[in-house]
Ligand binder design. Sequence first.
Ligand code: CA
Length: 249
Amino acid sequence: MRARIAARLAAVVLFSSLASVSAAQPAEFGIQDGNDLWIPASQFTGTAGWVEGTIGYGYFYATAVSTFHAGLPLPQGAYIDSWRAFYYDNSASDDFTVSFLKWFDDTTAAPTPGAVLIHEFTSTGSPGLTSYEQAEGFTIDLRQPLQPSVTRAAAADFYTFYVVMPANQQVQFKGIRVIWHRQVSLAPATATFNDVPTSDPAFQYIEALAASGITSGCGSGNYCPDANLTRRQMAVFLSKALGLHWPNF
Ligand SMILES: [Ca+2]
């Protein structure tokens, strides 16, 4: 029994030390965590079908000059730290091209989808198996060009990666990795609560809580920023913020 307790204590100590180590690293939530989104070439659809290549596992090429798109499924306010395209270019005459685009609906009587080019990369020469990284620093905004009065139903913007492939087996494409993280939304211009002016050091965060329906303040147009939080209020804040709790199945 004593050995078992000792083992359990050792496990607790080990777990505690692991916890203290991981405390210095980002957790799988919050605004510091880098999320890793992998979009394989097989998810890109376009003017021709892919052929799986023989050079490296999971590389694809096109049998005719072709263009391919893949959507970027990120939420509003997601911050793109960087993206990396994995490709194979061993052709002196043909190259691999990838673009990062933002698309939006035209609102005129003859609507035509529009696009804004955010970044484009084209390989050159015959470097062989390689990849390209683009540091982005870009916030996903699904409201433009209709902001700030856009409604959720009217937000038609989306982002894509756009790949142009030559008809050459010596140019192949594997996929794109996107690193992104969450952000707290920017502070609004005017204050919601009488007692939390725009100059308050927590203004941005209190406004974000109010805008997302987590709190409506303490009454009479106030938030009571220096009041104590009860366990009752803590439960409401956490449950609303995390969408708690649906049972597993
Ligand atoms: Ca080339």
